[in-house]
Ligand binder design. Sequence first.
Ligand code: PHE
Length: 349
Amino acid sequence: MTTAAATAVTQLRSEALAALEAAPDQRTLDAWRVEYLGRKGKLTGVLRGLAELSIDERKAIGAAANALKIELEAAYDARTEELRHKSISEALEHGKIDITLPAHPHRRGRLHPVTQTLREFLEAFRSMGFSIVEGPEVELDYYNFEALRIPPDHPARDMWDTLWVDYEKDGRRPMLLRTHTSPAQIRIMEEHKPPIRVAVPGRAYRFEATDTTHEWMMTQVEVLAIDEGLSLAHMKGTLLGVMRRLFGSERRIRLQCSYFPFVEPGAEVAMDCFVCSGAGCATCHGSGWIEMGGAGMVHPEILENMGIDSSRYTGFAAGMGIERLAMQLYGVPDMRYFYQNDLRVLQQF
Ligand code: PHE
């Protein structure tokens, strides 16, 4: 093959391979492929020119050109692969990380002390067969007061300084931020027939000045049990069981006569101080007792109003404040610390 056509093929080969070697990236490679191997490319041009050659030359040049085509395609594939590896190792080199550097410290979250206390308290009730349910914080006057035997102008309303959301006007029913979780009693009796055993955690609000043991918002747990033959003894046993589980097996509780319109009889519940066991100390302010909340036997009139036969069923209810328990459990001297959200305080629990 000494003809001009043969020389052209040899030249084309070295030119193409040199250009391929010099191609720095995939875009240049693509252009190279079009230029040499494309339908209008240089190699196709050589093959087209075959028509003008003699038969013998045509055979020889044709074979050489086809071999070149196969060679160039393989070279193209190899170069493509080479460039791919190069860009990967460049990226690795570029984004190299020093795995010996110390990591950023993880900041660990924790549950709020009131949430921790609430969960332990609810778990104690759950283990005694109570279900946990919730009710609305914005409540109707009907559930918060009237259905609990506290009609408008009843003096007992003074026990709960109320934050009103909407006074009665234009025939609309008055709404408020619930002052206790007791409205849940009514909502449960509306929906369920005895036997009933529920514990209702939730927030309650009072229009009150704050001090070390009072907040305008607090967490309460309402307890309601209705069944045949329930008595004050069941109520006391239940509350005592829960308090012993939380504060130690030697705890005692005290029921003192009290008045709530929705229970009869009603009681104020206290537990002997778990620091001094009743002798009197700073934790219990010298009294030996820690106030836990109100309780009593569900008023038969309420049972009847809710369609429950009071000659067959009796029930007990209790409402307890969780912040006070949390203060005792964690030795927090001021209730207001809980909701000031000072991390230096909250991180200690
Ligand atoms: N709801 C009452 C209060 O918050 C407490 C209570 C609950 C009393 C259930 C009796 C029965 O003051």
